[in-house]
Each structure stands twice: as C-alpha cells, then as structure tokens.
Design a protein around this ligand. Structure first.
Ligand SMILES: [Fe+2]
Length: 255
C-alpha cells in the first residue's frame, strides 16, 4: 500500500493559537484544523508503506535547533491564482533553511524524492475549471508555461505571457474571462468560434486571435498539437469560466 507523506516541522502551541486568532473569518475560505498547521519541509507524495520507517528515521536524523524564528505576513499561494493562505516565516540565521535542505537531501536518498528543478519553462495545467465542466480530454492534455508574470522568470504585475500547448484533435470548450487575451498560434490550422453553438472557423498558424474581456471563445485543435504564445494583459487573477453549450458531444465525438 502507498501512503501520502510529507516531512514537516511543528509550530509551538502559542504560535498556532495566535495564527488561529489572526486568520480571516471569510466564508470563501475553508479553515484547516489549527492543530494540523505546520511548516512543510519536503512534500513526498505517495510512498510505499514499506519505506515509511526508513523515511521517518531519516527525517528525524535531520532534526536540529533552528534558533528564533518570526512569523511575518500572510502569503497567498500560488501567487497568480491563489488557493491557499500561508504565512511567511523569518529565518534570520538560515537555520530552518539548512534543516530543510538536509531533509530534502535525506529524502532524495531514502524516498527517491525528486526536488523540483524549476526549469526555465515551468509547465503546469490550468486548474481553475472544475474537471466536470472542462472535460477530461482538455484537463489531461494541455499545459501552459508563463514566462512574463507574477512569480515568473521575468517578473511583471497583473500580466501573464507564455506558451500554451493542447494535444491534437481536442475541443477546448467555450469559455470566457475578465482578462483580455492574445493567442498567437505557432501551429495550425485550428478551429475557433466566438459564440457557443456557432460553426468553427479554421485559422492557419500565425493568424493571431484577440479576445476582449468576457468574450466567449472555444478552440478545436487540428491534426498537429496546438502551440501558441498566449498573453493576458490584465485581470490575471480572475479565473476563466466555462459557458455550457449543447453541441459539445457532437464536436467532441467528431474530434
Ligand atoms: Fe481564453
């Protein structure tokens, strides 16, 4: 059996109590059990149960005094499409950082952990759509990598530019968003429509598409993977929303 594991440092009771008193009381936020609030040192994911004792022993061997730490401001993660409210910690002597580094190295050795290398292009999938709304086909077969934006290799505020890829013969369902959007496709042709239910219009590679705020659009990828430069020029923290259309099954069966 596999177990989902992470290595963490516990916070003192009085610090957890202070965080519980500080955190916003907002119905849009789901409060976690304050007893479980911790400092994650290394996320391992699924690990074979047979390795748990060795992982635990290796983690405990890294334990060391970290001196005085300070709780700083709240920190939303990930920065561009926040889903979790975290707390920044001050580690003035770098001793907590040193413990974390030791834990990561130990987990590489004992748990086969692969530290994130943070390549220049950090490919992720867009997670703002409920899976049942966007469909499994798109959810599992697309990725984007931001190059200019918040937390990107080139920093910019409320601006997002990067590369977007979708597998061939897939329908990216009708959607819209507050952000004005440019697509500059490098491959093609791919099908587009700008109103749910409309027929698709096929555009060659290098024909740019501009979507004004909240203007509906959908894309049917052709025989080659869809690869485009995308750009959201503002309102990048506002999530895109799906617009249902009854012809999706026909389009998705044809694709
Ligand atoms: Fe879009």
């Amino acid at each position: 059996m596999n177990l989902r594991l992470f290595v963490a440092a516990e916070l003192p009771d009085d610090v957890r109590a202070a965080l519980a008193a500080w955190r916003p009381d907002d119905p849009a936020l789901r409060a976690v059990d304050i007893a479980g609030v911790h400092v994650t040192l290394c996320f391992l994911g699924w690990v074979d149960e047979a390795r748990v004792d060795a992982v635990g022993a290796a983690a405990m061997a890294c334990a060391a005094p970290v001196g005085e730490l300070a709780v700083r401001e709240g920190l939303w993660l990930p920065p561009r499409r926040p889903r979790v409210l975290t707390i920044a910690l001050d580690d003035p002597d770098g001793r907590l950082g040193a413990v974390q580094q030791a834990v990561v190295e130990a987990m590489v050795a004992v748990a086969g952990h692969e530290p994130e290398a943070r390549p220049f292009l950090h490919w992720v999938s867009y997670d703002a759509y409920p899976r049942e709304d966007i469909g499994a086909g798109f959810a599992d077969n697309h990725a984007f990598a931001s190059i200019i934006g918040e937390g990107c290799p080139f920093e910019a505020v409320d601006f997002d530019l990067g590369l977007f890829i979708i597998a061939p013969r897939l329908f990216y369902r009708d959607h819209h968003h507050a952000a004005p959007e440019l697509y500059a496709p490098l491959t093609g042709p791919h099908g587009w429509r700008f109103k749910p239910g409309d027929p698709l219009v096929w555009k060659d590679a290098d024909v740019p598409v501009w979507n004004n705020p909240w203007e509906p659009h959908a894309t049917m990828t052709g025989d080659t993977p869809f690869l485009a430069i995308f750009c959201w020029t503002k309102d990048t923290s506002q999530p895109a929303k799906i617009i249902p259309s009854p012809d999706w099954p026909i389009l998705e069966n044809a694709s």
